[in-house]
Every structure is written in structure tokens, then in C-alpha cells.
Design a protein around this ligand. Structure first.
Ligand code: HEC
Ligand code: HEC
Ligand code: HEC
Ligand code: HEC
Ligand code: HEC
Length: 170
């Protein structure tokens, strides 16, 4: 009996703590990756242009969103979220996206180097094209989730990537 109660308390506590402390901040616009990258099959590189030639992937400007959304006026009227997009456009205001992936300052990372070696976005970011709201792909072994040093090193060991401290640390 004690075991059952303990298990229950732990379980409920876990859910509560998880929601209190680890809830992801909401984005200024609920951008649906599933509609764009999944249903409409817009290539990841179309919006994240840096991946093939730069360290950072980059996120499209309001102008780039509007290049498409102005061409589909129906969308502009219909959805609250698209109205928000149009608001940023009218005010000439950049969208301040909340960063889901963020390495500490002292760590070096380059998209270009990894994409050139043929690694898939999904290995590091999960199945983004299926996500309504983009989420960090925590694994059950959270200490070994994407972005932790153990995770980076594991793949570097398996694939002959650099393993000396100075490769990843400034
Ligand atoms: C080897 C792992 C890895 C692969 C493969 C990878 N990423 Fe990333 N990505 C990361 C890490 C780590 C960060 C955080 C970088 C930082 O904070 O400096 C990141 C950050 C990002 C960001 C936000 C910050 C930025 O750089 O603008 C975007 C967008 C992104 N990745 C998109 C992509 C896309 C699209 C692909 C596939 C074409 C891809 N990534 C492939 C590991 C990866
Ligand atoms: C290559 C064209 C294209 C680009 C670029 C694009 N979109 Fe879209 N977007 C679409 C299409 C097409 C849909 C409609 C998908 C559907 O309903 O099937 C859509 C749907 C949406 C929706 C959901 C509308 C709803 O039904 O609630 C939002 C929000 C949105 N886009 C925001 C953005 C933002 C913000 C950007 C820039 C970061 C952007 N889009 C860039 C083509 C684009
Ligand atoms: C139509 C444009 C568009 C397409 C296509 C698109 N993205 Fe994004 N992506 C965005 C926008 C806008 C954001 C910032 C809002 C958010 O995090 O949902 C973003 C954020 C991200 C981030 C998180 C960046 C961070 O650290 O906050 C990753 C990772 C990412 N995208 C990967 C992908 C992958 C992988 C694909 C292809 C399967 C893809 N994206 C397709 C527009 C796009
Ligand atoms: C999916 C496997 C994989 C993951 C995950 C991965 N790497 Fe790598 N990384 C590699 C490989 C393989 C190379 C060697 C690429 C080459 O030499 O062409 C590399 C190269 C690098 C380089 C050298 C880049 C250059 O310009 O020469 C840095 C820095 C780096 N990785 C940092 C990181 C960091 C930091 C992380 C974790 C946030 C990470 N990597 C995660 C496989 C990975
Ligand atoms: C493949 C890339 C990579 C290599 C090689 C690497 N690190 Fe790291 N290291 C990281 C990443 C990514 C983080 C940030 C992890 C996090 O925030 O969870 C980190 C974090 C750390 C931290 C923790 C700093 C803090 O913010 O608490 C220390 C200390 C550290 N590394 C030391 C080393 C030493 C010493 C070596 C060489 C033996 C080394 N690292 C090699 C990627 C690497």
C-alpha cells in the first residue's frame, strides 16, 4: 500500500513540478511547424537558410513570412495568429521569438559542419515537421538530452568528431 501511495505522490509531484518549472515560454505567434514543414512540405532550409553555410540556422524575417502570406490573402483574414503576423508587418516590428535551443556562451557550435557531414535535422531536433508547437526533445534520460556535453561527445566518439576541449569551448 505504502508503495502505491509513494508511487502516486511521486507521479503527481512530477507532473506538477514539470509544469511549474519546465513549462516552455509561449511564442509571440503560435507558429505551426506541422502546417508549414509537414502538410505544405516547405523545406526546413527555405526558412532556416544558414544551415548549409553558417554557424547559426537563422529564423525568417517578418518580410519573408509576408512574401508568402500576402500571396494568400484568405489566410490573413481567417486566423488570429496570422492577424498577429500582419500586426508586426504593419508596425514594422521584428518578432522576438523565444529561443528553444540555447547553448551556453562558452560553447562553439556550427550547423554548416554538421549538415556537411550529412546529419539530419531530426537527429538533433526531433520530428519538427510533426510539431504544432516546437518543443525541445527531452529524452527520458534528460542529462543526456540534445545540447548536453555527454550527448555531443557521444556522437563525436561514434563518428570521429573532434573531442579535445578547445574544439567546443571558447
Ligand atoms: C548535430 C546537431 C544538429 C543538427 C544536425 C541540426 N541542428 Fe539546429 N541546433 C543545434 C544546436 C546545438 C542548436 C543551438 C545552437 C546555439 O545555441 O548556439 C541549434 C539551433 C538551431 C536553431 C535556432 C538557432 C539558430 O541557429 O538560428 C534553428 C532554427 C535550427 N537549429 C534549425 C536546424 C535545421 C533546420 C537543421 C537541419 C537542416 C538543424 N538545425 C540541424 C543542433 C543541430
Ligand atoms: C513558403 C510560404 C510560407 C511562408 C514563408 C510562411 N508561411 Fe505561414 N503558412 C503558409 C501556408 C500555405 C499556410 C496554411 C497552411 C494550411 O492551412 O494548410 C500557413 C499557415 C500559417 C499559420 C496558421 C494559420 C492558421 O490556420 O491558424 C500561421 C500562424 C503562420 N502561417 C505564420 C507564419 C509566420 C510567422 C511565418 C514566418 C516566420 C510564415 N507563416 C511563413 C505559408 C507560408
Ligand atoms: C515557414 C518557415 C519555417 C519552416 C519551413 C521551418 N521552420 Fe523552423 N522555425 C520557424 C520559425 C518562425 C521559428 C521560431 C518559432 C518557433 O520556435 O516555433 C522556428 C524555429 C525552429 C527551431 C527552434 C529554434 C530555437 O532555438 O528556438 C528549430 C530547431 C527549427 N525551427 C527546426 C526546423 C526544422 C527541422 C524544419 C523542417 C522540418 C523547420 N524548422 C521548418 C520557421 C520555419
Ligand atoms: C550527430 C552527431 C553529432 C552531434 C550530435 C554533434 N556533433 Fe559536432 N560534429 C560531428 C562530427 C562527425 C564532426 C566532424 C565534422 C567534420 O570534420 O567534417 C563534428 C564537428 C564539430 C565541430 C567542429 C566544427 C568545424 O568547424 O570543424 C564542433 C565545434 C562541434 N562539432 C560541436 C558540437 C557540439 C557543441 C555539439 C553538441 C551541442 C555537437 N557538436 C553535436 C558530429 C556530431
Ligand atoms: C563535443 C563538444 C564538447 C567537447 C569536446 C567538450 N565539451 Fe564541455 N560542454 C559542451 C557543451 C555543449 C556544454 C554545455 C552543456 C550544458 O549546458 O548542459 C559543455 C559544458 C562544459 C562544462 C560545464 C560548464 C557549465 O556551464 O557548467 C565544463 C566544465 C566543460 N564543458 C568542460 C569540458 C572539458 C574540460 C572538456 C575537454 C576534456 C570539454 N568540456 C569538452 C560540449 C563539449
Amino acid at each position: 500500500m505504502a508503495v502505491v501511495i509513494l508511487t502516486l505522490v511521486t507521479y503527481v509531484g512530477w507532473i506538477v513540478l514539470d509544469n511549474v518549472f519546465y513549462r516552455q515560454q509561449a511564442q509571440p505567434i503560435a507558429f505551426p511547424h506541422d502546417l508549414h514543414a509537414g502538410q505544405r512540405q516547405i523545406a526546413c532550409q527555405y526558412c532556416h537558410r544558414g544551415v548549409n553555410h553558417a554557424d547559426i540556422a537563422g529564423v525568417p524575417s517578418v518580410q519573408e513570412c509576408m512574401d508568402c502570406h500576402q500571396a494568400i490573402p484568405k489566410l490573413l483574414k481567417e486566423s488570429v495568429e496570422v492577424q498577429k503576423l500582419k500586426g508586426y508587418w504593419d508596425r514594422k516590428e521584428p518578432i522576438k521569438w523565444f529561443k528553444v535551443y540555447q547553448l551556453p556562451e562558452h560553447v562553439r557550435f556550427s550547423h554548416q559542419a554538421h549538415i556537411a557531414r550529412g546529419f539530419d535535422c531530426a537527429y538533433c531536433h526531433g520530428q519538427v515537421q510533426e510539431m504544432k508547437v516546437l518543443k525541445f526533445p527531452w529524452t527520458s534520460a534528460w542529462w543526456h538530452s540534445p545540447g548536453t556535453m555527454g550527448w555531443c561527445l557521444q556522437c563525436h566518439r561514434d563518428n570521429k568528431g573532434p573531442q579535445d576541449c578547445s574544439a567546443c569551448h571558447k
